[in-house]
Design a protein around this ligand. Structure first.
Ligand code: U5P
Length: 224
């Protein structure tokens, strides 16, 4: 299968063990899957964006700071898998496809301003006709409200893009560093190409193989 794994930038926020991610990618490759990995910018991106705001930078410049941090996380992961991953981090979809053609895992951060790395992952998934786009987040999957704020939030094993849009509507923002699970651009791409999206948590990173087989609880987003 062709898989795009999008990992939240928050995964890179602390000093904890990062090997479960490279091990999971290694297992997927050993099972015969082709894998693209997309890394977010996390708190470091937000820190630079807020430094930029204090210097009165415009939104495009703030996005560029976020892109550079996401690329730094991508570079970290590529360096950690020298035998598996292509050594360069693509800066556009064209470059991604060029590197993908070499047959290795390609690790991606940001492309251009105006979107999040979720959009990058959707674009990449679309461009390679991925079987699944797996969004590895800080929560177990999709909930009907933010489980970090509402202890009664209900877990949704299956959700349509229409339902997800209305859940995200209140939290969605297009300011640098504040995009949520799927930004409007990512949503558009997922819908137009009917990309199958699985949402799971970083705690389950070691179970990616089982998640893809549907043997572990995760949320499936159905494009409508
Ligand atoms: N970003 C972009 N374009 C991209 C990827 C990321 O502008 O293609 C910027 C956004 O400001 C985003 C930040 O909020 O980098 C960090 O990415 P993320 O962790 O929010 O996905």
């Amino acid at each position: 299968m062709k898989l795009v794994i999008k990992v939240t930038g928050k995964f890179f926020d602390d000093q904890g063990d990062k090997t479960p991610l490279s091990s999971a990618i290694r297992s997927l490759v050993q099972e015969g899957h082709r894998v693209a990995l997309v890394t977010g910018g996390g708190t470091t991106a937000r820190k630079y964006i807020s430094l930029g705001r204090s210097l009165n930078l415009n939104e495009a410049s703030l996005d560029l700071l976020g892109i550079w941090v996401a690329r730094l996380n991508a570079f970290l992961m590529a360096l950690s898998m020298p035998d598996l991953a292509y050594s360069r981090i693509p800066e556009s979809l064209e470059q991604f496809l060029e590197y993908w053609g070499h047959g290795k895992v390609v690790v991606v951060g940001g492309f251009q301003p105006g979107q999040s790395t979720a959009a990058v992952s959707a674009l990449v998934a679309e461009a390679i006709s991925a079987d699944y786009l797996v969004m590895v987040t800080t929560v177990e999957g999709v909930f009907d409200s933010d489980p970090k704020k509402n202890p009664n939030a209900k877990f949704l094993p299956r959700v349509t893009t229409t339902e997800l849009k209305s859940i995200l509507e209140n939290t969605q923002s297009v300011k640098a560093g504040t995009y949520e699970l799927l930004d409007p651009m990512a949503m558009k791409i997922v819908e137009r190409s009917r990309i199958k999206v699985i949402v799971t948590s970083v705690d389950k990173i070691g179970k990616l193989t089982r998640i893809i087989k549907g043997e572990e609880t995760a949320s499936i987003v159905e494009p409508v």
